[in-house]
Design a protein around this ligand. Structure first.
Ligand code: ADP
Ligand code: GLC
Length: 488
């Protein structure tokens, strides 16, 4: 069965990315095409997005006033590994999206004050598209991602533009919910009954994520473990009650990775491409990486980190454990940006350990590939992790993941305990609870494993043979869409 799916999101590679959400939204159309589904992606018209549409983009629709702003719907193409690309819809509303800075905030990282209006308007427009308000466009299902797309489903439910489509919302991160004051409610243009406990109301205010979760036909998140975890207060972040109430309609589908982009055998960013059979070639990548980060050669593992530098990612605990990492013979190359205190903390650690710790503050896609190819182990000590992609990239590149046992990290890495090692299935190191001692112990265990070259190679090869391409997860989404659209 072929279905037309409208995927609504605030970022997608290769056009705009702040994190894994973009990788996933960018990969889904291709993953679903393999199952006969036609997915159209709808994005806000940030400058970086409209710039790709050429001088005379095709205009599909015009709104004189979308929450007070003039707007247009433009047509384009998006695609990474696919030649021709997949259908793209862009909400061109210059008053809301055409500004310098990031998708959610200015260059200093401060959220845009009108984010409520930006993503409410985006949701209103998506609901109009889903409801058939745009001539020539018709869909069978809406798939919304995260709080920025949540309002699309609330508008569909409470103020539809036409027939209401079945819908899925995917939670990529429960920590971001889009909360605003109730005083904004009148400006949203929703009927009064939407401001209710089973609608968009949240503790007296408005929650865009809750609006989506309460209105969707089905809720997914990006790993089975996280789907269980968000039933509990620590992970549900206030929405655990809603998740529990809808438990039978919540499921976890682990993210895949785009095998055409993340393949060490054909990666153009690498000094020396390699396969699981020729792991010796990783050495040339390691030497290049050491040179790039100003690191000495060493007989212990070269740990890498590619991450937002935030509390979620456990980066404060890693910083505490940095001296221990060096003390047991490890080296560290870190690429990331985020909290100012963590950025300066890692700079200070590098200054304390010249030649052993190298730090790059910033965002650098090509460097991230080179790090995966040259590093021995990738550290992901997250306090919570809905899925996590960098450990999957690590697996694919023979860069052994060292991860906390939570969310997608728990579901995608097999700890090198005795049983797993005897069975030959271990792919990494896991530890419970993100604290100095648990992380320090995991680092020590990793260094010990690294000092057994045959065992270490087995870990690398087992990881490289694990298939985390989109095959299985694409099918899981396709099955979910079908189950929601089959007519009785
Ligand atoms: P999250 O979305 O929570 O940040 P994920 O692991 O799902 O975590 O996705 C992060 C994505 O962003 C990955 O593709 C990762 O490689 C990339 N990334 C994060 N920080 C950087 C950086 N400083 N430079 C390059 N890529 C980065
Ligand atoms: C979020 C999560 C991350 C997940 C990504 C893509 O950013 O923090 O764990 O991999 O979304 O689903």
């Amino acid at each position: 069965m072929s279905l037309n799916v409208l995927s609504v999101a605030s970022e997608a590679v290769p056009l705009v990315k702040t994190g894994g959400l973009a990788d996933v939204v960018g990969a889904l159309p291709e993953a679903l095409a393999a199952h006969g589904m036609a997915m159209t992606t709808m994005l806000p018209g940030y400058l970086a997005v409209t710039a790709t549409l050429g001088k005379k983009p095709k205009v599909l629709h015009k709104w004189e006033s979308l929450l007070g702003e003039p707007a247009r719907l433009l047509a384009g193409k998006i695609g990474i590994s696919s030649g021709e690309g997949h259908a793209l819809l862009v909400l061109d509303a210059p008053g809301l999206f055409a500004r310098e800075g990031g998708p959610y905030g200015d260059a200093t990282g401060r959220d845009w004050a009108d984010n409520w209006k930006r993503f409410a308007a985006f949701g209103r427009a998506a609901a109009d598209v889903a409801g058939g308000a745009v001539k020539g466009l018709s869909f069978d299902l809406v798939h919304a991602h995260d709080w920025q797309a949540g309002m699309a489903l609330a508008y569909q439910r409470f103020a539809p533009a036409g027939p209401v489509l079945p819908s899925v919302i995917t939670i990529h991160n429960m920590a971001f919910q889009g909360h605003y004051g109730a005083d904004l409610f009148p400006a949203l243009g929703l009927p009064p009954q939407a401001m209710a406990i089973d609608g968009i109301e949240y503790h007296g205010g408005i929650s865009f994520l809750k609006a989506g979760l309460a209105s969707a036909s089905r809720i997914t998140t990006v790993s089975p473990s996280y789907a269980r975890e968000i039933r509990e207060p620590g992970f549900g972040m206030g929405l655990e009650g809603l998740i529990r109430a809808r438990e039978s309609e919540v499921s976890g589908i682990v993210n895949g990775i785009d095998a055409a982009v993340w393949n060490p055998a054909s990666d153009p960013a690498l000094k020396a491409p390699f396969t699981a059979k020729a792991l010796g070639k990783r050495a040339a990548n390691a030497r290049a990486l050491e040179a790039e980060f100003g690191l000495e050669k060493g007989d212990g593992p070269l740990f890498i980190v590619i991450s937002r530098l935030t509390w979620q990612k456990g980066m404060d605990v890693l910083l505490e454990a940095a001296d221990h990492l060096v003390g047991i013979g490890g080296r560290l190359a870190l690429l990331g940006s985020g909290d100012a205190a963590l950025e300066s903390g890692f700079h200070a650690a590098a200054a304390r350990h010249p030649g052993r710790i190298g730090v790059r503050i910033g965002y650098d896609e090509a460097l991230s590939h080179r790090m995966l190819a040259g590093g021995d182990a990738i550290l992901v000590p997250s306090r919570f992790e809905p899925c996590g992609l960098t450990q999957l990239y690590g697996l694919a590149y023979g860069c052994v993941p060292v991860v906390s046992r939570t969310g997608g990290l728990a579901d995608t890495v097999i700890d090198a305990n005795l049983a797993a090692r005897l069975a030959g299935v271990a792919t990494g190191v896991q530890f419970d609870g993100v604290r100095y001692q648990t992380l320090a112990d995991a680092l020590t265990r990793t260094v010990q494993l690294f000092r057994e070259p045959a065992a270490w190679r087995r870990l690398q090869r087992a990881g490289m043979s694990a298939d985390f391409s989109w095959g299985n997860s694409g099918k899981a989404y396709a099955d979910l869409y079908k189950s929601l659209t089959v007519k009785p």
